[in-house]
Design a protein around this ligand. Structure first.
Ligand code: F6P
Length: 368
């Protein structure tokens, strides 16, 4: 057997550990492995590297992806021109199939988020034997209990929350830390709980400005002259929209969020709280650096499971982690469904019990 591997979408700590896991398991079975460069671009443009044991040695500890990635390359809507040019995207899926055949491949392993896996499913429906591996720091895929990359991002975010305490306490300030996560609040929620955040703002619980202000004032009355706010980039006011910072043409989800924390700072500065506020937007720092031990472990398990699925010719399936075990689901069943924070989740109630505000008691009050 000869297999191809690609990594698509945003980079994510643990991608290399999956590439290593699939490759080593495949080589052990006597298969050949190639890696496509820059996601589906490599498949469409026949740009690849052979992967031998020494190519994947030592990469388990490295962030990013040795194969490169792309969040715009789509075989079904492909453009060879530089990003932002006026060239109309073309359906080059037939070329992708031709390359797949010419290279003598028996299967493709697509490692990526919802966009990459949706394309994998389209290729599968047209006859390509495909196995999917889910990745995202956002932890928002419904078909798996956890995705690799999330734990690494959470560690960075929690450390940031820990670190801003120093300035908050010394200067009597409101420190606002903005996390990634797109439409899901998992990173903000868990970093907020772990870092002892006083206010946590999530996309799933639209906030009321007056409740943020009163939570800060309430702390002040209790002698706590500083507050820490952890806000997810997708957080939005009850009667308002998410903050979009950029639109990336050609990306499966073109909206890039970010900057809501400046709005929170502004509303506090204009209020009667009488405390200065400062903003820290963590951005891509959360995706950078080495994966945590948990993510290396999870990603290795995903890679090994993907090889098992290949061995069993269980194409059209995606590896998944459920109830502390590695399993699989159909890719079709996995894509397009986000796993969001429920406003009444046990961990939200847990945070409420230790006095954390989510900026909207109208919603969380209904859960208790
Ligand atoms: O999906 C992962 C993620 O990091 C999101 O949390 C974030 O909104 C987005 O990707 C950023 O994308 P880009 O790297 O294209 O700016």
């Amino acid at each position: 057997m000869k297999i191809g591997i690609l990594t698509g979408g945003g980079d994510c700590p643990g991608l290399n550990a999956v590439v290593r896991g699939v490759t080593k398991s495949a080589l052990k079975r006597g298969w050949e492995v190639i890696g496509f460069r820059d996601g589906y671009r490599g498949l469409v443009e026949k740009d690849f590297v052979n992967l031998h044991d020494h190519d994947v040695s030592g990469i388990i500890i490295r962030g990013g992806t040795i194969l490169g990635t792309s969040n715009t390359a789509n075989p079904f809507a492909y453009t060879l021109a530089p990003l932002g040019s006026a060239e109309k995207p073309r359906d080059l899926s037939k070329l992708a199939f031709k390359n797949f055949k010419d290279l003598g491949l028996s299967a493709l392993v697509a490692i990526g988020g919802d966009g990459t896996l949706t394309m994998a499913q389209q290729l599968y429906e047209k006859g390509m034997p495909v196995i999917g591996v889910p990745k995202t720091i956002d932890n928002d895929l419904s078909a798996t209990d956890v995705t690799f990359g999330f734990d690494s991002a959470l560690n960075v975010a929690t450390e940031a929350v820990d670190r801003v305490h120093t300035t908050a306490e010394s200067h009597n300030r409101v420190m606002i830390v903005e996390t990634m996560g797109r439409y899901a609040g998992w990173i903000a929620l868990r970093a907020g709980i772990a870092g002892g955040g006083d206010i946590i703002l999530l996309p799933e619980i639209p906030y009321r400005a007056e409740e943020i202000i009163s939570a800060v004032l309430d702390r002040k009355r209790r002698g706590k002259k500083f507050s820490i706010i952890v806000v997810a980039e997708g957080a939005r006011p009850e009667k308002g929209e998410m903050t979009v910072t950029k639109v990336v043409k050609g990306s499966p989800d073109p909206l890039r969020l970010g900057g809501v924390s400046y709005k929170i700072a502004e509303l506090l500065d204009k209020s009667k709280v009488g405390l200065e506020s400062r903003v820290v937007v963590l951005g891509h720092v959360q995706r950078g650096g080495q994966p945590t031990p948990f993510d290396r472990w999870l990603a290795t398990g995903f890679g090994v499971k993907a090889a098992e699925l290949l061995d069993g010719k269980q194409f059209g399936r995606m590896v998944s982690f459920r109830h502390f075990g590695f399993t699989s689901v159909s890719i079709a069943q996995a894509v397009g469904k986000l796993r969001l924070v429920s406003p009444c989740a046990q961990e939200v109630l847990m945070a409420l019990s230790v006095g954390t505000s989510f900026g909207n008691s109208g919603i969380t009050g209904r859960c208790a």
